[in-house]
Each structure stands twice: as C-alpha cells, then as structure tokens.
Design a protein around this ligand. Sequence first.
Ligand SMILES: Nc1ncnc2c1ncn2[C@@H]1O[C@H](COP(=O)(O)OP(=O)(O)OP(=O)(O)O)[C@@H](O)[C@H]1O
Ligand SMILES: [Mg+2]
Length: 359
Amino acid sequence: MSDATRTPPLGVPAARITQRIAAVTDYPAATNSVPMPAPSHAPPPSSPSGATISIAPGASRPPSNPTVQSTKPTGSFLRFPQQGSLLVSPRGAYLVHATLGSGEFGAVYEGVGPFDQVYALKMMRPANRPYVEVQAEWSKEVQRLLSVRHPNVVYIYDAFEHNSLFYLALERCDHPLKAMLGRPLQDGLTIELARQLLAAVQFLHDNDIVHDDLHPGNVLITHLDRPIVKISDFGISQELRGLPAIRPNVVHHAIMAPEILTTGFTTKQSDLYQVGLLMYWMLVGEPAIPPGMPYADLCRWVAEGEPRRRAEGIGTPLGDLIARMLRRREQFRYTTAREVWSDLRELPGWKARELFPPK
Ligand SMILES: Nc1ncnc2c1ncn2[C@@H]1O[C@H](COP(=O)(O)OP(=O)(O)OP(=O)(O)O)[C@@H](O)[C@H]1O
Ligand SMILES: [Mg+2]
C-alpha cells in the first residue's frame, strides 16, 4: 500500500504518528554518527561484522539508493539484497532468490537457508528512519510473531541483522489473498477462508492482541490439500493490555472501521470489521470500499454505512451475515470471531459444502 492510502487516525497528536515513507530506503544521514547498538532481541544476536554480501552478476533488481552510509561506526554501507546475495544469521546462511513482494515497510525475498529449506525473508525497510526505530519495529514484529504461534499465523523461523539491515525468516507461503481476488469466489471457499481467518483472529484476541491491518496483502495462502490461511505482518498490531480499545498509530484507508473515524480508537471488533471487508471482497470480487477514493469521500462512505448497504445488496444469507459484520455501530456487530463462526457454520454454503467436504 502506498503512503497515500494510510493516514493517522483522527485525534492522534502529530508527534505520535509514525511517518511512513515508501520511496526513501536508507537510514537518514542524520543518524550516521549514532553508534550502532547490538540488536536487543534475544534469539538473533548481531551478525558477524565481517559478513559480506555477494552480488550475482546480472541481478535484476538494483538496490534503491544502496550506498548511503549506515550508522555503523566502521563506515560500512547499506546494501539491499539482490538475487544471489548471501545473508548470514547465527543460525545459518540464506541465499536470496526472487523478490516475493514488497510493502511500505518490508521487502520480501524468497531464499534458501538452513537445512536447504525455502523461506520468505522479510527485510525491514529503513525508509529514511533512524536505525534504532527500524530495529525497534523489527524487534516488535519478531516478538509478536514468536508470541502468537498458531496454524493460521505465519511461522517465524529466524530473525537476524545482516550488514545493518534487519530480517525475519518466515515460512514461505504461496501467495497473498489479494492474488485470489478480482472475481467472486464460491460461497464454500469464502466461508472456508473466513473460518480459518476467524480462528486466527479469535486466537489473537484471546491473547489480547488486535492486528489492525487485515488487508488482502497481509493474509497469505498456502496450498496443501486445501488452502491454508496464514495471517502475517504484525507491523502495526497492538496489545490491548486489558484495555477495550487502543489508538493505532496508522491506519489503512481501505480497511478503516467506522470507529476510527468517530473515536480514533480500534477494538477487537475493528478486526472483525476488517474480516467482514475481506469476506465481502472474496464473495463479490470487488472491495466494499472502492480503492483510490479521495479521503473525504471515503470517510463519508464509511460513516454513512455504504459497505454494509453493499453487503445487504448481495441478497443472500451470507451477504446478510457480512452486513452484520459491517454495521457502523459496534453494539450491532458481532462481539467475537467465535460468534461469527457459530452463525456462519449454519449457512447452506457451509452445511452443503462440496468444495471442502467434512473428513
Ligand atoms: N511469508 C511469506 N510468503 C510469501 N510471500 C510473502 C510472505 N510474507 C510476505 N510476502 C509477500 O510480501 C508482501 C509484503 O509483505 P508484508 O505485508 O509483510 O510487508 P509490509 O511492508 O509490512 O506490507 P504493507 O505495509 O503493505 O502491509 C505480501 O503482500 C506478500 O505478497
Ligand atoms: Mg503487509
């Protein structure tokens, strides 16, 4: 998602807002004099300082502005990995292959690492932020992923720093959900994917975590004997720590729940609203919040309950259920993912399922 699609929520003081800059890729020059601390996260100690990156001849993806001096006192240079680069972690080396995807804060590469396994290597983009900020973000995502082990949450194998850049080694999934969107999915497939999503969301909520960023680029799919959902990207997720609601630092416009507009807070129900948007998109083939809408129009669209109206317009029991997930007021929505599933499993699309018959 581009910067244009993200904004600080209403009521959040400017100082608290994380500036997300996609185009600029290196640590800012202002941090060059800051000595580089060792990464604080326990499992991935700093990579050996002598580690080198080899660049394959004819590599297809030149690094963007790759030679700005890093914070390292040795005067080393930041180099983004390319095909053929070798990344070294205390747990082994990873040979970088193709680029799998990239978001505002991460570039994700396929790589072959320890035990000749294929991994997805997510590099935290410096994006013109100080070294310590990137390190803290990486550390937070690592800790979060380590703390939420669930079959429908992407698995983290390793986390390490290499040449002043921070990486996560994740299980390599086949594609993001967004690759399946653009035409309507069958009811049975929509419900099966929703079932897994809801199971993961319930698990997060039971652990007092709101994901806050459930868009189709952050829901990954692996195909075994049936598609398996893997929620990823905990970059902006937050712990509620017993509170019912929390102010997010940034929100994606395209998945903005109405309470963000009215109060500036998100809750567990905001995640359920985002799941409702995903289910609508799967079922209809188009998003309930049209992409690229000017921000003011988008606010009106959400505030006036247009996503819910669209879901009602589907005119089926599944559409009605999604409409309830997209109600503007939280008291009229489902409270938990578990509740959503107990209604969803009663629908004909699930009861008479042909795609995924009960085993
Ligand atoms: N484990 C994985 N397996 C396969 N592809 C992946 C994996 N992780 C990420 N990707 C690909 O890389 C893309 C970006 O990854 P990710 O969402 O983690 O980065 P991001 O910068 O935080 O994204 P954004 O800010 O847009 O949400 C995903 O949409 C997906 O296409
Ligand atoms: Mg993402």
